[in-house]
Design a binder for this molecule. Structure first.
Ligand code: CTP
Length: 404
């Protein structure tokens, strides 16, 4: 497991070194991110020596253009690769930035970019702590699901006595470990996910494709990883960077998608088929580029239904989730596919709704199971991935109850 440890500018910054050590004792890898103010209190070298990892100190650490580009997207790769963001000590200013969503430095940008759980351990002067502005920011963060490790009371570095002292290191470690365990309900599961479109060749330069961006499948892969699953991602051609899955299998055609999925189905405990597999392929793709000479007639033949084949071969223990892109008779069509393809759940998208679905970052829909329907209002695809995996975890839980 890996966390990012944000260290912000307070006297208690030195205690973050002890915190990093104690987290490492629990086999947690620690990537330290320091704000500029933190560097006034403790040197990055201390953390680099303790953690063995480069310490991130600024948004644009490097000065040559290639490295500057690397570091400008670094917050995204750090955001994707961590299981939690821990900030200790968290100053009043940091809490305010998080609450307001300002992305002024690496740490506040990381806060916005990550979907991992966030734990903050505030430390500040007692009056700053009690100020309604700080309390309101804390309430906002708490409502968003951020864990707040309450500061202790006592003598403060500013000479005053009261609340505002950074919680004791073991208490912060316990809060972090508890949060890391909480979200790992897919531990032990092997999840096979398909994503993106397929390209069916017409000739060496042209293909039949579709509008799928792969975002939903990639979000599911990221979320499943975060919840402790081992993940295999079979992806059609998309322009996304895959999350750090256990196996990444790029494919192009529906035939390649089919063989990649069937080959791996046996090892999977959960299969989620988000890919927009082409329903037709060109019967005989031309060996050479077709010339523009009058009308062109293509003979298309239906492709095998990969999900239906997986449905026939599945074991009762394997969970199978499909997607349905519909424009009319939504529920009726989705229910029919649920039965016909032997699925446990089908995620229904109304692809005729503007602003969501294909290529958008947002989505909405319904999760249809044999027991009922879960409505998913419009939200980001990452949040929707979380809802889908909640439903998957519930299906797994119910299946376990039946077999006991
Ligand atoms: N699917 C598949 N292989 C295909 C076509 C679809 O595995 N050749 C899968 C998709 O990945 C999705 C589900 O089947 O999980 C439903 O896809 P959809 O396109 O909505 O339905 P189809 O079965 O293709 O039916 P239709 O297009 O006629 O609505």
């Amino acid at each position: 497991m890996k966390i990012a440890l944000g260290v912000t500018g307070g006297i208690a910054a030195y205690k973050a070194a002890e915190l990093a050590r104690r987290l490492q004792d629990r086999s947690v890898r620690v990537q330290v991110v320091m704000t500029a103010a933190a560097e006034e209190f403790i040197r990055p070298l201390t953390f680099a020596a303790l953690t063995g990892e480069k310490v991130i100190t600024g948004m644009f650490d490097q000065h040559d253009s290639k490295s500057a580009l690397d570091s400008s997207v670094e917050h995204i790769s750090v955001a994707q690769g961590i299981d939690a963001l821990v900030v200790a000590p968290a100053t009043a200013a940091t809490l305010a930035r998080f609450a307001q969503g300002f992305s002024e430095d690496f740490l506040s940008t990381l806060y916005l970019a990550t979907t991992a759980p966030v734990i903050v351990a505030p430390a500040m002067n007692v009056n700053m702590w009690r100020h309604p502005a700080t309390q309101q920011n804390l309430a906002t963060l708490r409502a968003r699901g951020v864990t707040i490790v309450q500061p202790g009371a006592g003598y403060l570095a500013c000479g005053m006595t009261g609340e505002g002292r950074l919680a004791e290191v073991p208490e912060i470690v316990d809060a972090v470990m508890e949060r890391l365990e909480q979200n790992r309900e897919l531990q032990g599961e092997q999840v096979l996910i398909s994503a993106g479109p397929t390209y069916e060749p017409i000739d060496p330069v042209r293909f039949l494709g579709n509008r799928s961006s792969g975002k939903m499948g990639y979000a599911l892969a990221e979320c499943a990883l975060r919840r402790g699953a081992r993940v295999t991602l079979v992806s059609g051609p998309v322009s996304l960077t895959p999350p750090p899955v256990d196996e990444f299998v790029p494919v192009e055609t529906s035939a390649e998608m089919r063989s990649a999925m069937l080959k791996r189905q046996g090892d999977a405990s959960i299969v989620i088929m988000t890919a927009a597999v082409s329903d037709f392929s060109v019967a005989t793709p031309a060996a050479h580029k077709i010339k523009r000479e009058g009308n062109l007639h293509l003979e298309l033949e239906p492709t095998p239904d990969v999900l239906a084949e997986i449905g026939v071969r599945r074991s009762p223990e394997q969970l199978l989730i499909g997607f349905a892109a519909e424009t009319e008779n939504l529920l009726e069509n989705a229910r029919r596919k649920l039965e016909r393809k032997h699925l446990d759940a089908i995620v229904l998208n109304d692809v005729s709704r503007p602003g969501i679905g294909f290529s958008s970052d947002r989505n909405a829909g319904q999760i249809v199971t044999h027991d009922g329907i879960v409505e998913i209002p419009e939200m980001s695809k990452l949040d929707m991935a979380g809802r889908i995996l909640d439903a998957v975890a519930k299906l797994r839980h119910n299946a376990a109850k039946v077999t006991v």
